[in-house]
Write a protein that binds this ligand. Structure first.
Ligand code: 5GP
Length: 194
């Protein structure tokens, strides 16, 4: 997605050879027009899959998920990272090791919102080593729902996330795939033919 790549080049900050900061449009401030475009792009890739629900992880997955959900006419459910007084019983849960926070947490989703007749699309902001996506996949498995695939806004293609997910036979669609962050520079993988 060319517009997204331009935004990454113009506003992204390479913090190290493995971490990209995109706080100006995705992880802190949000660019709604770009998010709308991201939603359109995910819809164009998954519109024929009969999606009934989008599942993401708070907080940075919510904006791209809601924009996609709006255009598909389905709800978005976000997994919570922290325990809540109002989220107690009947939970799907999974352990997730956070790449950026370097700590594990239990993520959870109420069983009320994902049922075994749902067709779920997982969306997240970044794909690194696949831990967040794996936790979400695990919850879809617990629910008995069908998983249509995983949609990622920015994939770091030099890390192992895609491999881990695809090895389970799950489709991964990323809107921008970074092949390297070496020397403070963002290099993209050539767009794969669709
Ligand atoms: P994974 O679980 O695939 O190892 O890492 C994905 C999660 O870690 C994403 O949900 C995202 O929040 C965070 N993350 C991983 N790498 C980066 C990065 O380079 N930049 C930012 N901003 N977040 C990242």
């Amino acid at each position: 997605m060319e517009r997204l790549k331009q935004k990454i080049v113009n506003e992204g900050k390479v913090l190290s050879a493995s971490v990209l900061k995109v706080d100006s449009f995705l992880n802190h401030q949000i660019d709604p027009e770009l998010m709308q475009g991201i939603g359109e792009e995910f819809v164009s890739r998954f519109k024929d899959d009969g999606i009934t629900k989008i599942l993401t992880l708070e907080s940075s997955g919510i904006a791209p998920s809601v924009m996609t959900a709006l255009q598909l006419g389905v709800p978005t459910v976000f997994a919570r990272k922290r325990k809540s007084l109002t989220l107690i019983d009947n939970l799907y849960s999974a352990e997730v090791y956070s790449y950026t926070k370097r700590e594990s947490s239990t993520i959870s989703v109420s069983m009320d919102y994902i049922k075994n007749d749902d067709v779920v699309l997982i969306i997240d902001d970044f794909l690194a080593n696949g831990q967040a996506a794996q936790g979400l996949i695990h919850m879809v498995e617990q629910s008995g729902a069908t998983l249509a695939g995983v949609g990622i806004v920015i994939e770091k293609g030099f890390q192992s996330g895609r491999k881990i997910i695809e090895e389970q036979g799950i489709r991964v669609e990323s809107l921008a795939v970074i092949s390297s962050l070496e020397n403070g520079k963002v290099t993209f993988k050539e767009d794969s033919p669709r």
